[in-house]
Design a protein around this ligand. Structure first.
Ligand code: ATP
Ligand code: SKM
Ligand code: MG
Length: 182
């Protein structure tokens, strides 16, 4: 599919940001509000391996996970339209993924400050392999190191002090406004 033939309304919407910021939670709600199909890249990887990301990391190693992640996301971005797609937190570290998403889709960065993120760590610590065995200082370092990759996007949404419903509503309102303008 040639993305230049797609109107802004037809393009996939892709959510990026650090793990735990709410890409999956908010992406699902945005999809419901827009009556669009939702795809979570981590779920697609899980289906491909028949096991969750954490087990893929343990059994096959991170490179195998990242290779499949790249294959799945580049395919979704170039072959699908009108979908809401939430990426895994590490996906945007790969140049090929960044390029495929930025060229073909509308990329929305969900931003959360470190101060708020660290209060959420208990919700995700057990299921995210990248957090295993890392001290809080090391996680903070990773958090800030990754920001520069997320900074390349089409739109940024601050999510501090907002619940998923508020963030999703704000995103849908902004999208509708943009769709009317272009
Ligand atoms: N705005 C929010 N306010 C409070 N809790 C939230 C918010 N958004 C998400 N959460 C909670 O944070 C946890 C992580 O959310 P979620 O799985 O959506 O993150 P993610 O960005 O998809 O992470 P990953 O990159 O690992 O896939 C969940 O328990 C979710 O309920
Ligand atoms: O931030 C990351 O590197 C990851 C985030 C998750 O969404 C999964 O994609 C996986 O656990 C790796
Ligand atoms: Mg997710």
């Amino acid at each position: 599919m040639n993305s230049h033939e797609l109107s802004i309304r037809e393009k996939n919407i892709v959510f990026i940001g650090f793990m735990g910021v709410g890409k999956t939670t908010i992406g699902k709600r945005v999809a419901e509000k827009l009556y669009r199909s939702f795809i979570d890249a981590d779920d697609e990887i899980e289906k491909a391996f028949g096991m969750p990301p954490k087990e893929v990391f343990e059994k096959y190693g991170e490179k195998t996970f990242r290779d499949k992640e790249r294959e799945i996301i580049t395919h979704l971005c170039t072959e699908q339209k009108l979908h809401i797609i939430s990426l895994g937190g590490g996906a945007f570290m790969q140049e090929e993924i960044r390029k495929a998403c930025l060229e073909n889709c509308i990329v929305i960065y969900l931003d959360l400050s470190w101060e708020h993120w660290k209060d959420r760590i208990g919700l995700i610590i057990d299921s995210r392999p990248v957090l295993q065995g890392r001290s809080l200082d090391e996680i903070e370092e990773l958090f800030y190191k990754r920001q520069e990759y997320y900074e390349v996007h089409h739109s940024k949404m601050e999510t501090d002090e907002q619940d998923p419903e508020e963030v999703a509503t704000h995103i849908v309102d902004s999208l509708k406004l943009a769709w009317e303008l272009y």
